[in-house]
Ligand binder design. Structure first.
Ligand SMILES: C[S@@+](CC[C@H](N)C(=O)[O-])C[C@H]1O[C@@H](n2cnc3c(N)ncnc32)[C@H](O)[C@@H]1O
Length: 218
């Protein structure tokens, strides 16, 4: 009985994950300190190196031949957009606190600076510029499929260069409790003439897709 209790309290699953958790905490320390000053949402302390989907997006976007202008909507602290090797980089978000922190980090640490501005994908006016890549990672699940579809169509038709692509993620597992909207890339892109390319599959049944004007991935 006592032995069983001890084993249960040890929670061996947690112990197995201890090295990963220590590493996650270690690499989050700079962001934890940053958060003391800028008071942004706790989610943003998660370290870039432990988010495989983010690493794969950076790799994919930086492998494009034409890398003139990049945009990330819902950029948070800018972990992804700041790492892109493009002439011009814009990060948009609807959280003013995280934008302040992102501007600070870019100003102090980046050679190739990113412009961070307020933008709400649901309520702000449409975008004006043309981009070679538009990233919408890890927040589309907060928006309904109907609204997201309209936004994607508009960006695709009005804001992409000829070789441009939209990169977004879809959460596939409808049983996951932290997510509200489960999109289908076929539904989101059914009204536009485009190429769909699967960049990769990640934790939490997250699949990253590229929606492009013409096939860049033959
Ligand atoms: C989970 S974070 C992801 C940050 C970054 N894209 C990444 O993957 O590292 C989601 C971000 O989307 C932003 N966001 C949520 N709804 C938004 C909206 N309607 N328009 C613009 N940004 C939004 C949040 O403020 C937050 O910074």
């Amino acid at each position: 009985m006592l032995q069983k209790k001890i084993i249960k309290n040890l929670n061996l699953r947690r112990i197995r994950h201890l090295p990963t958790n220590i590493s996650k905490l270690y690499f989050s320390i700079p962001k934890i300190i940053l958060r003391l000053f800028f008071k942004f949402n706790l989610w943003h302390i998660s370290s870039y190196r432990h988010r495989k989907y983010a690493i794969s997006i950076v790799k994919h976007a930086n492998a494009k031949e034409i890398r003139n202008k990049a945009l990330e909507i819902g950029c948070g602290l800018g972990d992804i957009i700041r790492r892109l090797d493009y002439n011009t980089k814009v990060g948009l978000d609807n959280d003013v606190q995280v934008l302040k922190a992102a501007r600070f980090v870019s100003k102090v640490f980046d050679k190739n600076k990113t412009d961070f501005n307020f933008y709400d994908l649901v309520n702000s006016d449409t975008l004006n510029e043309i981009y070679d890549v538009v990233l919408v990672p890890n927040f589309a699940h907060a928006i309904s499929s109907k609204i997201l579809k309209k936004k994607i169509e508009h960006i695709f038709l009005n804001n992409l260069s000829d070789s441009g692509e939209i990169i977004l993620d879809v959460i596939e597992d409808k049983n996951l409790q932290n997510y509200r909207n489960f999109h289908s890339v076929d539904y989101l892109s059914e009204s536009i003439e485009c190429e769909i390319y699967k960049i990769g599959e990640f934790k939490h049944s997250r699949t990253i897709y590229s929606i492009s004007k013409k096939s860049n991935h033959l």
